[in-house]
Design a binder for this molecule. Structure first.
Ligand SMILES: Nc1nc2c(c(=O)[nH]1)N[C@H]1C(S)=C(S)[C@@H](COP(=O)(O)O)O[C@H]1N2
Ligand SMILES: [Mo]
Length: 433
């Protein structure tokens, strides 16, 4: 419903839901709105220094010379992965994770140096000359590849997220902890991955008709290994050699990792060294001790592979506070392991009314998708939420609905709606609504 109000420079921007959410057309048409700029004239102190004949240092002498590998501006140093360092005496050295500061990023690609890390025994220092990938088991002809021989196969590039199945796991529990986006959802990242479709290698090895699964194993100290249905392997699985245009980072599995688009991160075996075709799942230590979902009736779901539809607002969010009433862009990520994001709705009244956000191109399958929506904040206390729908029609559930269906004993696959409370002071806090 169109609501007439004096919005100053935003007069005519159509409000489509309660609490100031504006029509997504503003963003689809690329309309520009001066939101935070200081008005010149009234503000003498804001007059550019150059106009007064005063130049900053960087205008007065040549800048630094060339470097072999660039790094972000020193002013961007606070943009870091977050993690809790463990004491050297910790019984499983190298086990743990670091999280992507999603709220400090834009677009959909995670810079490689900020991709989340999850390792069970640290990051091995692999010499690519000495690394091989064995394809064996129920095949006509076992094959051994080195990095060079893999690089001679036709290569594909795809944008996909990887998400730890424990991501957002704080949402389970009676009084879950709260925190910024990185703490809540920082175990998901998105890259352009390039490599060889696994189906090419399986075709060449010759699949025995009895084979229905594979075992994928890494060459780290954990020897992480998981069973994967063959159907996924011949569908869209990839042996990734490149990440965002450069070789896969050591933390992400250098020199090669298995990429199973949209499926649990733990199955995307890093430092991949062996693929064995089998009749059924191998029930490795990693898939019997972890990665099952404990239901309220005491039974567990096993092999729940795709990551369900999810989203979160990243701006504003905890740590990204408001700077007074006025126009803002609400922005965030949505993703689904089951395909493309079809729609994201945003609420500024705790889920009572919703407005459809604009989705930024590209909207790729099983990739982070950026959504944006204009918002005229009147300075009042409100709760912001986002709700994603994927192309299968799956809708991101409320926390209440998710817990009603799955209980609170589960440790994986949490995809409930996230709520951000905006206080009148401008402070933004993660809350459970
Ligand atoms: N070999 C090996 N592969 C592994 C792991 C590991 O510890 N060893 N961790 C898994 C888990 S639990 C996740 S969530 C993803 C994390 O990938 P990333 O560190 O590149 O973000 O890698 C998976 N692959
Ligand atoms: Mo994980």
């Amino acid at each position: 419903m169109r609501q007439k109000k004096d919005d100053g420079p935003f007069d005519g921007a159509e409000r489509v839901a309660a609490n100031g959410l504006l029509h997504r057309r503003l963003f689809l048409s690329g309309g520009t709105l001066a939101a935070g700029a200081a008005a010149l004239g009234g503000l003498g102190t804001a007059t550019p220094a150059a106009a007064q004949g005063v130049f900053p240092d960087w205008r007065l002498k040549p800048g630094k010379s060339f470097t072999g590998y660039g790094v972000p501006s020193r002013f961007e140093e606070p943009v870091q992965r977050t993690f809790t360092a463990r004491a050297p005496s910790y019984p499983s050295p190298g086990a743990g994770s670091s999280r992507t500061p999603l709220h400090l990023l834009e677009g959909i690609i995670t810079p490689s140096g900020l991709h989340f890390e999850r390792s069970h025994s640290g990051v091995p220092d692999i010499d690519p000359e000495k690394h091989t990938l064995l394809v064996h088991g129920l095949v006509r002809q076992p094959l051994l590849f080195d990095v060079e021989s893999l690089a001679r196969y036709p290569t594909v590039s795809r944008i996909h997220f990887i998400e730890c199945s424990g991501n957002s796991g704080a949402g389970w529990g009676v009084n879950p902890p709260v925190g910024p986006v990185a703490t809540m959802h920082g175990l998901v990242s998105c890259s352009e991955w390039s490599g060889v479709p696994l189906s090419y290698l399986l075709d060449e090895a010759g699949i025995d008709p009895a084979a229905k699964w594979i075992l994928a194993e890494g060459s780290d100290a954990a020897g992480m290994s998981r069973s994967v249905p063959l159907s996924k392997c011949v569908d869209d699985a990839m042996i990734a050699l490149y990440q965002n245009g450069e070789r896969v980072r050591p933390e992400q599995g250098y020199p090669m990792r298995l990429l199973l688009p949209g499926w649990e991160g733990n199955m995307c075996v890093k430092w991949l060294s062996r693929i064995k075709l089998t009749k059924g799942p191998t029930h490795t230590k990693d898939e019997t001790s972890k990665y099952t979902e404990l239901m309220p009736d005491g039974k567990s779901l096993q092999f729940t592979f795709p990551m369900e539809v999810k989203s979160t607002i990243t701006r504003p969010s905890e740590g990204i506070n408001m700077r007074g009433p006025g126009f803002y862009e609400i922005s965030g990520f949505a993703w689904s392991g089951n395909g493309k994001i079809k729609r994201v709705d945003v609420s500024a009244d705790g889920g009572k009314s919703w407005a459809e956000a604009a989705l930024a191109e590209p909207v790729a399958s099983r990739a982070l998708t950026r959504f944006r929506l204009g918002w005229q904040w009147d300075g009042g206390e409100i709760i912001l939420q986002s709700r994603a729908v994927d192309e299968t029609g799956a809708v991101q559930p409320t926390r209440e609905a998710l817990i009603a269906a799955k209980g609170i004993k589960n440790a994986y696959h949490y995809n409930g709606i996230t709520s951000w409370e905006v206080r009148a002071s401008g402070l933004v806090k993660n809350v459970w609504a």
